[in-house]
Design a binder for this molecule. Structure first.
Ligand code: XMP
Length: 321
């Protein structure tokens, strides 16, 4: 019988058997899969696990804290944080091309993770690396469809080739809903268990134009408002994803009080989908859109226009870059 309690008990037993008294490493991305995988392994072998969180500064408001504080509190995991915000900003300086951004973020991530992993392996003698691979990923990588090449998808939980670790994939037989049930069973915060899919390159590909600290702050603020209002309207689980995109190189004229403004537009991109291969723009209630628009233009001084993306996929992709 599939119950989350059974699956947790069974996974724990398997992990203990595999690992014995050796040491394990796991990279946390802020996403559901790596969090649940890490929590399962922690439950199984406790202090033999070390988690690494590369803080690239491209997560949304509260997400890094969710990993560094909430996740650690709930699981008791030993977490090493690589604070590399400045490094990523530096590497992205002057870059506007979407594919170039992805390559840079991917490359810097691997470098940071590799360096941290090598150091920890040296200090502690690590044998295993946890990956949050799900059943659909297993099937997909066996299939090799060409569609994946439209954008160079880079999974920030990715494995550097030259590190000599054996993989542990505790979610290998599970679908997403099962992973969420296991996460809930292990006591992970609701916001983490029900987090929408979020791209590895993070907000870096939701700023159209160069990524800067100021622009990240603006986008983070607007995105937090949109997410907050979606949750307040209890629509999280009906929406597949809700990207908020800053058109940082575009300005338009507006008026506020007695003054003319010349600010940036922000794009709301709520979509419904089953698997992200195709998607429909989500018909959010007007009241919700109105609330988001009013709040963003009132609370974010740099934004004077809010637009809604009503393009399906295809022909649009979910993300703008
Ligand atoms: P698109 O924009 O191609 O996105 O319709 C499809 C799904 O993939 C996510 N996405 C990414 N995920 N690394 C990721 O881990 C990436 O580089 C990446 N690019 C897009 C996107 O959020 C959507 O769920």
């Amino acid at each position: 019988d599939w119950t989350s309690a059974n699956i947790v008990a069974e996974s724990i037993e398997q992990i203990r058997e595999t690992v014995g008294d050796r040491r394990v490493l796991c990279a946390l991305s802020g996403g559901v899969d790596s969090a649940v995988a890490a929590a399962l392994v922690q439950e199984a072998i406790g202090s033999q696990l070390t988690c690494v969180f590369v803080d690239h500064g491209l997560l949304r408001e509260g997400e890094a804290e969710q990993v560094k504080e909430d996740f650690v509190r709930v699981t008791g995991v030993d977490l090493v944080v690589a604070d590399e915000k400045e490094r990523f900003l530096g590497a992205l300086s002057g870059v506007t091309d979407p594919e170039e951004k992805r390559k840079i973020i991917g490359r810097e991530f691997i470098r940071t993770f590799e360096a941290t992993a090598a150091q920890l392996a040296g200090e502690r003698g690590i044998d295993f690396l946890v990956q949050g691979t799900l059943y659909p990923d297993v099937v997909e990588s066996g299939g090799g469809s060409g569609a994946a090449n439209i954008k160079s998808h880079h999974n920030v939980g990715g494995l550097p080739d030259d590190l000599q670790f054996t993989l542990i994939e505790p979610l290998r037989t599970m679908f997403k809903d099962e992973v969420r049930a296991v996460g809930a069973q292990l006591g992970l915060p609701e916001a983490m268990v029900w987090r929408h899919p979020f791209p590895g390159p993070g907000l870096g590909i939701r700023i159209i134009g160069e990524v800067t600290a100021e622009r990240l702050d603006i986008l983070r603020q607007a995105d937090a408002i949109a997410r907050h209002e979606l949750t307040a309207a209890r629509l999280d689980r009906e929406i597949w994803q809700f990207p908020v995109v800053l058109l940082a190189d575009v300005r338009s004229v507006g008026v506020q009080g007695d003054g003319r403004t010349y600010g940036h537009p922000i794009v709301l991109r709520p979509v419904v989908s089953d698997d992200a291969m195709t998607a429909d723009w989500a018909k959010l209630p007007y009241e919700v859109l109105e609330k988001i628009s009013t709040r963003i233009t009132n609370e974010c001084p740099e934004i004077n226009r809010v637009v809604v993306d009503i393009t399906s996929k295809p022909p649009g992709t979910i993300e703008w870059e």
